[in-house]
Design a protein around this ligand. Structure first.
Ligand SMILES: *Cc1c(COP(=O)(O)O)cnc(C)c1O
Length: 404
């Protein structure tokens, strides 16, 4: 059965649903592993915590990038070992820290958090190995640091190491994440080079090699029809060069890259129905089930563009990527076409996903689906709004089974 047939079949019993395709997820994971043979990968659970998706990636040897205690515990529950789970997020509470200890590798996001971790570890009579998230003295695309709510400024970290005021902690690794959705392999590779230099500086100040260097994400996916997909093999080769000297000097240091969207973004679809059709002052509207509330980002893109006026707004990940980051497709391939606006069934005029698009002519009961719905899709959508039945999230296994 091809994907359209699966959608058509599920659409008989579901008004709106997400469909995640395991074959595509596994292929993406394999491309990364082949392109970067000496790098460990983590899956950033926050982009799509569907247990089947997380499990598929754990099964490919990925660890977990957890953005909350809940995601730490989810990864544990799905079989990840504490040493494979990295918990990095700003604003962890004492309760988060205490409950996460022993379940994962903790990455402190501030000097204050390091001190709190030291206190909690001391109280429990533990000596804790921790990582630190760094806000480096460079940016993703060049030199020069910038203020950030994430991480510890590099220049504040070195005095902290030499003062050594946290007797119950040993810092054994570093984490940096500066940007998502980069499609320029040259920029990514140069960033990896700056990361290697940073890791070398940190290990010099510490006076010992690091256990791991987590270089974060940045690896982008094709959203718009004009985006040119990254060549992961070429990026892997360029990364190898940038990292070669560091690797030689630090053979025991594990290099890590995190990905969320690359693993699932293109391998999820949002499927819904036309529930009404009408014309008004010469415009044809297709009213769809659960758009803004089921999959927020296409409507949000219209809203952002409306307020931006003539200029093309820059991406604000993960909420807004580009004006045309999602494609609207139907299960009808030929036949007459029609210019329509796609709107949702909520009582708000903001519930618009496409205006005056050319689509095969659709009637009530026909299916419309949206691409690029695998990451930052279900999780970012206000499904409680107006007490509609929320979309289900379905997982299509490699051998064609549908699981919830
Ligand atoms: C969200 C996030 C990621 C994943 O980003 P993608 O662009 O989806 O790959 C990785 N690292 C950190 C720290 C994040 O917050």
């Amino acid at each position: 059965m091809d994907l359209h047939q699966v959608m058509a079949q599920q659409a008989q019993s579901q008004e709106s649903f997400y469909l995640y395709e395991e074959a595509g997820i596994l292929a993406a994971a394999r491309r990364l592993r082949t392109g970067f043979p000496d790098v460990s990968f983590l899956y950033s659970i926050k982009c799509n915590p569907h247990p089947r998706v997380v499990k598929a990636l754990l099964g490919q040897g990925f660890g977990a990038d957890s953005a909350s205690l809940g995601e730490v515990l989810l990864a544990r529950q799905l079989g990840a070992e504490p040493g494979q789970i990295f918990y990095s997020a700003p604003g962890k509470t004492d309760a988060d820290l205490a409950q996460a200890m022993g379940q994962c590798i903790l990455i402190a996001d501030s000097l204050g958090e390091l001190r709190r971790l030291d206190t909690i570890a001391g109280r429990q009579g533990l000596h804790l190995e921790v990582g630190v998230r760094i806000n480096p003295d460079f940016s993703f695309a060049g030199e020069g640091g910038a203020p950030s709510k994430f991480g510890i400024d590099e220049e504040q970290l070195y005095p902290f190491f030499s003062e050594n005021t946290c007797p119950n902690l040993t810092v054994t690794g570093i984490h940096v994440h500066l940007k998502s959705q980069e499609l320029n392999a040259g920029i990514l590779a140069a960033y990896y080079g700056r990361m290697a230099a940073l890791a070398q500086r940190v290990s010099q100040v510490l006076g010992r090699p690091l256990d791991y260097v987590n270089m974060g994400s940045g690896i982008g996916i094709q959203y718009t029809e004009t985006d040119i997909p990254l060549d992961v093999d070429a990026l892997g080769r360029a990364a190898q060069q940038e990292l070669a000297a560091f690797r030689q000097a630090n053979p025991g240091t594990r290099i890590i890259i995190e990905v969320g969207r690359y693993a699932v973004g293109n391998h999820g679809f949002y499927v819904t129905h036309v529930v009404d059709k009408k014309t008004s002052h010469g415009k044809t509207y297709l009213i769809l089930k659960n758009t803004l509330n089921g999959f927020l980002r296409p409507s949000l893109a219209r809203l952002v563009c409306k307020y931006a006026g003539e200029t093309t707004p820059a991406g604000t990940e993960p909420l807004f990527t580009a004006p045309d980051a999602f494609q609207f497709r139907t299960l009808k391939e030929d036949g007459p076409r029609e210019k329509v606006s796609l709107v949702g069934n909520l009582c708000t005029a903001a519930d618009v996903i496409a205006e005056d698009v050319d689509l095969p002519r659709l009637e009530v009961g026909d299916v419309v689906y949206i691409t690029n719905a695998g990451s930052y899709a279900a999780v970012l959508s206000p499904m409680q709004f107006s007490s509609q039945e929320p979309p289900k999230e379905l997982f299509l296994t490699q051998d064609g089974k549908i699981l919830e």
